[in-house]
Design a protein around this ligand. Sequence first.
Ligand code: PMP
Length: 454
Amino acid sequence: PTLRAGLDPARLTALQQRERAAYAAAHPRSQALAQRAARHLMFGVPLHWMNDWSTPFPLHVASARGARLQDVDGHAYTDFCLGDTGAMFGHSPAPVAAALARQAAQGITAMLPGEDAVWVGEELARRFGLPIWQFALSASDANRFAIRWARALTGRDQVLIFNGCYHGTVDDVFVDLVDGQPRTRDSLLGQVVDITRTTRSVEFNDLAALEAALADGQVACLLAEPAMTNIGMVLPEPGFWEAAQALCRRHGTLLLIDETHTISTGPGGYTRAHGLQPDLLVLGKPVAGGVPCAVYGFSAEAARRAEQAKRNAPPGHSGIGTTLTANLLALAAMRANLAEVMTEAAYARMATLAERLADGLRDVIARHGLPWCVTQVGARTEFQFTPTPPRNGSQADAILDPALEQIVHLYLLNRGLLITPFHNMMLVCPDTTAADVDRLVASFDAFVGETRPG
Ligand code: PMP
């Protein structure tokens, strides 16, 4: 029979049936909650994609702390998903939990700043090297607002992205290259505007295409992750960013770097670790320890032009901001997180564990002769169903196999190991232990042992 990513399809099917039955038998309380939820929550969940995990019905959480999560049936998990980065430094870090408790009793939201906002602005400037900052409720919002600022301050209407990117629910980025032609993503619900009128897309690592897209001087900003993480990981080739930044500068296009996932690289993100010089920078998800908020920074020149654009605009709503944005609670959490959790020491620990994980997975892949590879960006590690790492979004997309991913994920989940749904991505946090990593590698090895041919 034809193999699937080097594995035996019949064994995969049998294993999945067995694992689905084992999950159902072991999770009666989650099942009862799922049945109750089905009456009043659409698709039986508070957000429809919570239904898209590998499990026959959603796993319901009882509690989570550090690297560990407990479900309502009393099973314990080591969490390598960590809220898909929202809990990258562990669930409920003690300093954040304490700051939240303190602030919750002293005012949650007031539409006015306090001292924490001032401290956070100073710290973000120190960490990322961009002097001026604003806030948002989510990375999606931050990207949306940063794009609006970029258009306002350049007076240009086009946005450029890399094919296969994801930057949240930002309308402007849902453009795919289909046979080399841009197309509005057809899965979007209620989409009435043709996004390709104002968004251009080129392949990552393709400098010639980048130059061609910038050449007419109509592009306000290039919005990009420094390394792609949302279509499987795709790393920049040596020299790519140096040349891409020079092209942006030459054509007057702002570089808007989204560090939401690549903050796994180090305390100042991939930007600081690799000396990138963005005009705008976005960070969401883990910046306040999982409390919904995000930040975006401006270079001095971009900030000067942005302030000018706002002053020159007619009075009224800018289209930027929301009522609960940058409230007292979020800023208290962010301060505690930046000061005491997202530290050099935490990153050093995470880097060592991620190396151990990547090495362990590579060893399993090599021993079984699988045509897979492992890619790592700091604390973020991913296995991909290809022997050679993809160099752009189209190549990465071609090797995705969501059905196979689900089988692996369910197998691991039934053994007390959570990894991120919709990816093969694993994060380690400061509370993860070497023993946790070794257990994940051993279960991965056991999975391959059960499903490879022969
Ligand atoms: N940017 C990147 C790079 C992301 O991966 C995501 C979410 N996966 C977002 C932005 C959006 O984050 P949120 O869903 O928290 O708005």
